[in-house]
Design a protein around this ligand. Structure first.
Ligand SMILES: NC(=O)c1ccc[n+]([C@@H]2O[C@H](COP(=O)([O-])OP(=O)(O)OC[C@H]3O[C@@H](n4cnc5c(N)ncnc54)[C@H](O)[C@@H]3O)[C@@H](O)[C@H]2O)c1
Length: 311
C-alpha cells in the first residue's frame, strides 16, 4: 500500500492484515511519520511514489500482487500548492500503473473522490456517469487519474478499480488536508470540551462516510467478480448532512457543544461538490451497501475519541 500512514491507509492496512495476514501487507509511507505502534504492527517501508525505480524494486523483491494506491495530495492542501498536487497525484498514479503493467500485477485499487464533479453535474443524487468539470487541481487530477486508469485497463489489461469516496470521518488518524476535515474537527472539539470554528457555512451539505464503510468499499471492490464489472470507477454513497446537522447530532450526546461558522477558501470547493450521490451502479455491479447513518456514526466517534483522549 502506498500512502499507508494517511487517514485511510492506517486503517486499511489493519483491515487487510486482519483479512489476509500481517506479513502479506506491506505498508509504505513517505513524509508522514508513522507511530512506533504502526511500525511495530507489520512490514513497513519508506517509499516516494514519484521514484519509479524504488517502487519497481519493492514490487519485484516482495512478490507483490495487488497495489492499494493511497498516496495523494488532498483537495484543500492541493489548492494551496496545485503544482505539487499535480506532480504527486498524476506522477504517482502513472508510476503505479506502469509498474502494474510491466510486472503484470493482479490488481490496482485507488481512491478517487467526489471532487471529480463540478460545474454542470447535478448536485443532488449525482449519477456515476455525468459531466466531470472540477474546479480544483485535486479534482482535475482525480478525473485525469480515472481516465488514465481506465485507459490502462482497456489498452493493457491492468485491472484498475476505483471508488469515488465522499468525505471520510474517522477517529484513528487525523485527516490530511481535505475540504471535509471540518467534520472530524467538530468531533474532536466536542470531546475536548472546546467550542468549534467550522470553515464552511452551517447550511453546507456534503456526502460523507464513516471509515469502516470506506474500508469495506475498497476491499469489496478489490474482491468483486471482474466479470460483473462494467465500470472501472464507482460512486459510493453513505449519508449526507449539513454542518449544522452534524453539530446537532453531536449535541444529542454532548449538550454543551457549540460551533461558530467562519467560511474560508474551502467554502468555494465545498460549493462545487455534490450534496448527495447516486451509487446504484456500485450496488448493481458489486453489491455495495453502506451501513452507518449519522446518529450511529456520532455515537461511535464520540466513544472512540473519548477512549483515545483518555489515554
Ligand atoms: N480522506 C478523505 O476524506 C478522502 C475522500 C475522498 C478520497 N480520498 C482519497 O483517498 C486516498 C487516501 O486519502 P487519505 O485521506 O488517507 O489522505 P492522507 O493525506 O491522509 O494520506 C495520504 C498520504 O500520502 C502520502 N504522500 C504524499 N506524497 C507522497 C509521495 N510522493 N510518495 C508517497 N506518499 C506520499 C502522505 O504522506 C500521506 O500520508 C487519496 O487518494 C485521497 O484522494 C480521501
Amino acid at each position: 500500500m502506498t500512502g499507508a500512514v494517511g487517514q485511510i491507509g492506517t486503517e486499511l492496512v489493519q483491515a487487510l492484515r486482519k483479512k489476509y495476514g500481517t506479513d502479506r501487507v506491506i505498508a509504505t509511507g513517505h513524509k508522514t511519520k508513522p507511530t512506533k505502534a504502526f511500525i511495530d504492527s507489520g512490514p513497513f517501508k519508506y517509499l516516494n511514489v514519484l521514484d519509479r525505480d524504488q517502487l519497481d524494486n519493492m514490487i519485484a523483491n516482495n512478490d507483490v500482487g495487488t497495489i492499494y494506491h493511497m498516496a495523494s495530495i488532498l483537495s484543500a492542501v492541493g489548492e494551496l500548492n496545485p503544482q505539487r498536487c499535480y506532480e504527486v497525484n498524476m506522477g504517482g498514479l502513472l508510476n503505479v500503473l506502469e509498474v502494474a503493467r510491466i510486472r503484470k500485477l493482479e490488481r490496482l485499487i485507488t481512491a478517487s473522490s467526489i471532487a471529480v464533479f463540478g460545474t454542470g453535474a447535478p448536485r443532488d443524487n449525482t449519477p456515476n456517469d455525468t459531466i466531470l468539470l472540477p474546479s480544483t487541481m485535486y479534482g482535475v487530477t482525480k478525473v485525469a487519474g480515472e481516465l488514465l486508469g481506465t485507459y490502462y485497463f482497456q489498452k493493457f489489461g491492468v485491472d484498475y478499480r476505483s471508488v469515488r469516496l465522499p468525505g471520510i470521518i474517522s477517529s484513528a488518524t487525523l485527516p490530511g488536508g481535505g475540504t471535509t476535515d471540518y467534520s472530524v474537527e467538530m468531533y474532536y472539539a466536542a470531546v475536548e470540551g472546546r467550542r468549534c470554528t467550522c470553515f464552511v457555512r452551517e447550511d453546507t451539505v456534503l456526502p460523507m462516510m464513516y471509515m469502516p464503510d470506506a474500508i469495506r468499499s475498497l476491499i469489496e471492490l478489490a474482491e468483486a467478480d471482474g466479470s460483473r464489472l462494467r465500470h472501472r470507477v464507482f460512486n459510493v454513497s453513505s449519508m449526507s448532512f449539513s454542518a449544522e446537522e452534524l453539530e446537532e447530532s453531536i449535541r444529542e450526546i454532548i449538550p454543551t457543544f457549540a460551533c461558530d461558522y467562519k467560511p474560508d477558501y474551502r467554502q468555494a470547493i465545498a460549493d462545487s461538490w455534490p450534496r448527495s450521490l447516486d451509487d446504484s451502479l456500485a450496488r448493481e455491479e458489486w453489491n455495495w451497501k453502506s451501513t452507518f447513518d449519522l446518529p450511529q456514526m456520532t455515537k461511535d466517534m464520540i466513544e472512540r475519541l473519548r477512549q483515545k483522549l483518555a489515554k
